[in-house]
Write a protein that binds this ligand. Structure first.
Ligand SMILES: Nc1ncnc2c1ncn2[C@@H]1O[C@H](COP(=O)(O)OP(=O)(O)OP(=O)(O)O)[C@@H](O)[C@H]1O
Length: 473
């Protein structure tokens, strides 16, 4: 199978000297991994090539027979404003450079400049073009928020609007070579979203996941970049790094908020320069994987506190997806409950049990600090201990109480703090209001007193006492 071309769009080199075209192609390929190159040594053919629509960036010589670089610049700016142009001239004159920039050139280099400067300029222009393409793709989806490839998200059970917006955004940026940052509390499904983005990316390589939490800088470099034989004592074998494992695919770096500062520098260099050195090797290797990172931490806060590099933070959040916590999409609880009951029963070789009435409602009163992962664990626990056809409520109540005792923030979800009596001219008495409230809670809990007590924020004995007090005789 042939190697995929980089970048996605073509780069056209225009110069009347074929030797220069050849050497520039070689420099771009060897120093920047750029392979999607076309050349043209007749300035009269340039516009016809651009009209074919494959080119995103043009590198133009200034002095050519027939049409000069400056004339072409003007024509390109007028007919193909979406294409970026860089002038590479033999003239080292400020005035000419300023003129070219005025005519819409993205950058200006002199042929005697060192290769690094020119290559970095080309990479900057490539990145800008990629971002503009992403931007156009996202803008084209504003009018139609529906998900075009729902099958890519089939592992993510949800009916929530905020999650649908996550899917639409994920689809829009899935094919971008720029990094993607996924944030959200622990257990919300960030890894599942990363998998969906990989599936939609069209990359034929695999998704390689690395949890970077707790990796010291040397282990981080070794894990990502690998090493050559003899790189350090004990390095008896060559190790392919995860960056190479993920070639033509996706490298998913989880818990990025825990990365040490020296490792952040290494990651930034990888993203900026698109190349890396395996330990003990002097020859750089090219990054050929798309990078997705995830964290449950607030990187903006870490950046302000000096624990996360600002330049890396800005680079990573080029595309940013936030997965909302489960307590902000309680409508998903019944769906997830059904999904995990089925999954757990299958995994444990049991018949799918029937959930007790009011279970979904009970779960909706809980804040789930561990999000979907916590709900899943609760359901698996309950299914593993259950014997009858009907699932018991007990194990769920115990799990919630355990979490509350551990101070896991699992308190009953605060109800919307609206005043239910705001529109009343005449207020009910205390005892009438309390009686109505108890009746309503019992009704919502389908007569389950434990659940009704939770809904009311009182203990079950307190509710039972209240009910007894109201019984006549
Ligand atoms: N919407 C969902 N539908 C089905 N399963 C889900 C959903 N969300 C999460 N899960 C399941 O919950 C568990 C946690 O999900 P995942 O590992 O993707 O979360 P995460 O946000 O990456 O967590 P962490 O921050 O701890 O790495 C997994 O078993 C996953 O399959």
């Amino acid at each position: 199978m042939s190697e995929p071309l980089y970048p996605d769009f073509g780069i056209l080199l225009v110069d009347d000297e074929p030797d220069w075209l050849g050497s520039l192609s070689l420099t771009l390929e060897s120093c920047a991994g750029i392979t999607n190159i076309a050349t043209c040594n007749d300035s009269r053919q340039v516009m016809a090539i651009l009209d074919q629509g494959q080119i995103g960036l043009v590198l133009l010589d200034l002095t050519m027979p027939h049409l000069s670089g400056e004339e072409l610049l003007e024509q390109i700016a007028e007919r193909h404003p979406e294409i970026a142009s860089i002038v590479i001239s033999g003239l080292n004159q400020v005035e000419t450079a300023v003129n070219c920039m005025r005519r819409g050139a993205f950058d200006y280099f002199v042929k005697t400049d060192d290769d690094d400067r020119m290559v970095n300029g080309v990479l900057r222009a490539v990145r800008m073009q990629e971002l503009q393409r992403d931007h156009r793709e996202m803008a084209s989806r504003f009018g139609s928020p529906e998900v075009r490839h729902p099958e890519a998200f089939s592992a993510i059970v949800t009916n929530d609007r905020a999650m649908q917006a996550v899917f639409t955004y994920a689809e829009a940026v899935a094919r971008s070579p720029q990094p993607l940052l996924i944030t959200g509390e622990s257990g919300v499904g960030k890894e599942l979203v990363a998998r969906a983005v990989h599936a939609l990316s069209g990359c034929r390589g695999k998704l390689v996941t690395v949890n970077v939490a707790g990796l010291d800088d040397t282990v981080f470099a070794d894990t990502l970049f690998g090493h050559v034989r003899g790189a350090f004592t004990g390095a008896e074998q060559v190790r392919r790094g995860m960056v190479e494992e993920a070639a033509d695919g996706t490298l998913f770096l989880d818990e990025i908020g825990d990365l040490s500062i020296p490792s952040q520098v290494k990651l930034l260099r990888l993203l900026q320069e698109g190349e890396y050195f395996p330990l003990g090797c002097d020859l750089p290797k090219r990054l050929k994987a798309r990078i997705i990172v995830a964290t449950h931490q607030d990187l903006a806060v870490k950046e302000t506190a000096g624990a996360f590099r600002r330049d890396l933070y800005y680079r990573l959040r080029t595309h940013h997806l936030h997965v909302p916590p489960l307590r902000e999409r309680r409508g998903d609880i019944p769906l997830l409950l059904d999904h995990f009951l089925e999954e757990a029963a299958r995994a444990l070789g049991k018949k799918k049990p029937t959930p007790p009435k009011g279970l979904a409602q009970f779960l909706a009163t809980y804040t789930f600090p561990g999000n979907v992962r916590e709900l899943k664990a609760m359901i698996y626990d309950a299914v593993s201990v259950h014997r009858d056809r009907m699932l018991s409520m007990e194990s769920f109540i115990k799990a919630v109480e355990r979490s509350q005792k551990q101070g896991g923030g699992g308190a009953v979800a605060p109800a919307a703090r609206q005043n239910p009596f705001a529109g009343f001219d005449e207020l009910p008495t205390f005892s009438d209001a309390a009686a109505f409230l108890v009746m309503e809670a019992l009704d919502r809990a389908n007569g389950n007193q434990t659940l009704a007590a939770r809904l009311l924020g009182i203990s079950q004995p307190a509710l039972s006492k209240r009910l007894k007090m109201r019984q006549p005789g």
